[in-house]
Design a protein around this ligand. Structure first.
Ligand SMILES: *Cc1c(COP(=O)(O)O)cnc(C)c1O
Length: 526
């Protein structure tokens, strides 16, 4: 037995397994408390703020002024603090453990980024502040643009799209504007079967019909099928590289050549740029437009942890159609092109009211500068190395979807190895929660049966990846040994058990109604 110097045992000789069916009396769990909704707490008659008496001469609102109390719950500062911290404990976060969601690039968010984003000169800006007062912020946007263009080998960038999917929309709107400018609107967009769902959704949203391109047995775009489907009515192809199977599109240059030969544009989904940043410049591959998920490749918090940002780099052919605003160097310093007139007359419009996600720009730029060009190249190398380590460690127990050759930044398994166990991909993923890890991406890409897509990113140490692999290997052994109950009921130890995710997505309950006994009472009148 290990003893502290004060003599207290710190490690019991044998850890007792959790008694099955054990439940706490209060809904608490370990040191985690059960937590009601803020509206269900007894907090209607107090407030955590102490404002001075308002000295108003009537109201300017006329008959718009609120006649009844607003009915918001009130909590004291410690109560509000605990409420939100308790809620945060019910969620998984990259700050707690490896977060292996494939395609999502859940890497560590360096604290330096946060420090920079909180500098008052960035954090406290108003988007309508006169440009002469925000030269530093414009300089940062200008430098970020320079790095994005340099890393991708592309001549122009639109910073304002607010997520990858928003960037796809921006890219396709630029492509549509370019075709329309030639008087040739075109109708179709080609998308491989392995694409992220946002690709066909974006194409349809912009008004194109979507044609699927088949995939080869080794997980790449089927060139023959691409060639057969390309034609003079095709506006663009949307190809992800490295693709969602975690594989580099070997024929990417030929794909670009065939696309351009019919007068179509090459949209590249750049969500997986993390795997090639500093090593490959998409502009050299013939790409015309590509979004970059700053939140993935350049480490800004996302996925419940913060907003994204999806700048789009554009080729010479598409640059004139880039949306406003953008930063230019003028005689009196930096300024913004806001109006789509004059030299900007071909810009297709705007993607957002203001300039995009400034806080994410600062974080991404801080990440670039702290790594430097050589460091960013190492990001890609280490991301690929880590994914291949995971692939190698797990391949004996689980079946890799594409066993031949190395993968890029994520390792993809199918469910062949679960055959006959009675355990599905869903069960297996849920059981990981009981082991303290977030599940991997499952059932995506759709082209792989029962897919399990694991992306460790470059920020995981070997020790952490070993802990993760050992959890997976132990679970795989349990599945093969017939311990089906462990999986079918999982998760057992999470605050909530298995949820009907489809129902939650299709019929979300977005409003709260007081249940009997909890009615908001008005704040006590003076
Ligand atoms: C994440 C992702 C997207 C969408 O990006 P968001 O920032 O979530 O909108 C598109 N394609 C692929 C391959 C992705 O991984």
């Amino acid at each position: 037995m290990t003893m502290q110097t004060v003599g207290r045992p710190t490690r019991p000789e044998d850890v007792q397994p959790l008694a099955t069916g054990f439940a706490s009396l209060t809904g608490g769990r370990g040191l985690l408390q059960d937590e009601a909704l803020i509206f269900e707490r007894d907090g209607w008659n107090k407030t955590g703020v102490d404002l001075p008496e308002a000295d108003l001469d009537g109201s300017d609102l006329g008959d718009l002024a609120r006649a009844a109390p607003i009915g918001l719950p009130g909590l004291s500062e410690p109560e509000a603090m605990r409420h939100y911290v308790r809620l945060s404990q019910k969620n998984h976060a990259i700050d707690l453990a490896l977060y292996p969601l494939g395609s999502c690039t859940m890497k560590h968010n360096p604290r330096l980024n946060e420090k920079m984003a909180r500098l008052a000169g960035f954090a406290d800006l108003h988007p309508m502040a006169p440009v002469s007062t925000v030269q530093g912020a414009l300089a940062l946007m200008d430098r970020l643009s320079h790095w994005l263009k340099t890393l991708t080998g592309m001549p122009a960038v639109a910073l304002s799209p607010k997520a990858g999917a928003h960037g796809e929309l921006c890219g396709l709107l630029a492509i549509r504007a370019a075709h329309e400018a030639k008087g040739d609107p075109r109708r179709r967009v080609l998308v491989p079967t392995s694409a992220h769902g946002t690709n066909p959704a974006t194409a349809a949203f912009v008004g194109y019909s979507v044609t699927e391109i088949a995939q080869t047995d080794d997980g790449r775009v089927d060139l023959a099928d691409l060639e057969a489907k390309l034609g003079p009515d095709v506006a663009a192809i949307m190809v992800t590289n490295p693709n969602t199977c975690g594989l580099f599109e070997r024929d990417i240059i030929e794909i670009a050549r065939l696309t351009h030969a019919v007068g179509a544009y090459f949209y590249c989904d750049g969500a997986n740029f993390n795997a090639i940043v500093g090593r490959v410049r998409p502009g050299d591959l013939g790409v015309d437009a590509m979004h970059i998920n700053l939140h993935k490749t350049f480490s800004t918090p996302h996925g419940g942890g913060g907003p994204g940002a999806g700048p789009v780099v554009l080729s010479e052919a598409l640059a004139p159609f880039a949306p406003a605003p953008w930063v230019v160097h003028g005689p009196e310093g930096l300024t913004l092109v806001e109006e789509t007139v004059g030299e900007a007359a071909q810009a297709f419009g705007r993607m957002s009211a203001f300039h995009g996600q400034m806080g994410m720009f600062v974080r991404a730029y801080a990440y670039m500068r702290s790594h430097g060009a050589d460091g960013l190249r190492q990001v890609a190398e280490d991301a690929v190395l880590n994914a291949n380590y995971i692939k190698a460690r797990l391949s004996g127990a689980m079946t890799p979807a594409f066993p031949d050759g190395p993968c890029m930044h994520e390792a993809l398994f199918d469910d062949t190895w679960l055959e006959g166990t009675g355990v599905t991909t869903l069960d297996f993923a849920k059981a990981l929660i009981d082991e303290g890890f977030h599940p991997m991406t499952m059932y995506f890409p759709l082209v792989v049966h029962g897919a399990m897509l694991i992306e460790p990113t470059e920020t995981e140490s070997k020790q952490e990846m070993d802990r993760f692999c050992e959890a997976l290997l132990a679970l795989a052994q349990a599945a093969k040994a017939g311990d089906v109950d462990r999986f079918k009921g999982a998760p057992y130890l999470a605050p909530l058990r298995r949820l009907d995710e489809t129902l939650a997505a299709r019929k979300p309950r977005l409003t709260w109604k007081p249940s009997s006994g909890v009615a908001p009472a008005p704040l006590a009148a003076e």
